[in-house]
Design a protein around this ligand. Sequence first.
Ligand code: T3D
Length: 280
Amino acid sequence: MSDNSNSNYNAETIEVLTMTYETIQFEQADGVARITLNRPERLNALCEATFPELHDALDRAEAGSLRVLVIAAAGRGFCAGADLEQPLGTGSRDERDIGATLERNYNPLIERLRSLPVPVVSVVNGVAAGAGVSLALAADLTIAARSASFVLAFARIGLVPDAGATYFLAERIGVARAQGLALLGEKLSAFDAAAWGLIWKCVEDDELAARVDELVARLRVGPTVGLGLTKQAIYAAGERALAAQLRLERELQARAGRTADFEEGVAAFLAKRAARFTGH
Ligand code: T3D
């Protein structure tokens, strides 16, 4: 990792932290952390170095006053999944345990992203394949360019969809469509991904950056604690019976009701003005 961390101040005295790692870039300013996958020549395939770098970037993001995390990618693709130029597993065929790589690298990352207490946005600029699909879908909001696509490439190399892919797909688009994509490994266009409910939105290529900026600007000034509790409740819903979910909502609402942002939201409504949430 090349540590070229620096802090500087612009005219509005907003602190900007930037880090360039071997395989990713990280930038944090004004509550927004942005991780950019940065191996465009390999379509941002995930190699062994990427995972500790991602965790280090997430540590830095969480150490600051984080209100939104953006995961984006450099070049023409989002992420081509595991780097197939690196050996997937070691030893003889019988000894090889690719599952151990999942346990060590992929699973902790996916769980961490899902449980981050702020909104996570993934920006799919081009093809997402293999675990790249999982990474894109681990975000709370996935926005994709119209020319982007999703490929469960695992079937093409004799592997099983992983890093949460089977979970995200079966949950969002149903078993029939999930099986079709997983067994055939066909490309799903961003347009169809949005129409099927796999992702939040598909936008025109030349509008992607502006639409992401709008989305991030909106989330950045949102009631961060309430938003974090909201995502927690929605993710829990699929795993609980109604009675348990009602109890969870009760508990989370009690916490949201103790935030300064709740008081500000109500005060702003009554005063007929825009709320000025601080994220507390
Ligand atoms: O142990 C573990 O890590 C287990 C975990 C497994 C999780 C997984 O993700 S398994 C699935 C791995 N991913 C794939 O199988 C996808 C492989 N890539 C593709 O199928 C295609 O590249 C795409 C459909 C993603 C894009 O196709 P296309 O035609 O737009 O691009 P391309 O020409 O195939 O790729 C461009 C370059 O990126 C090319 O390099 P070159 O020829 O220009 O030097 C290609 O080799 C490279 N590249 C693409 N994907 C990967 C990759 N290099 C390394 N690993 C890749 N996954």
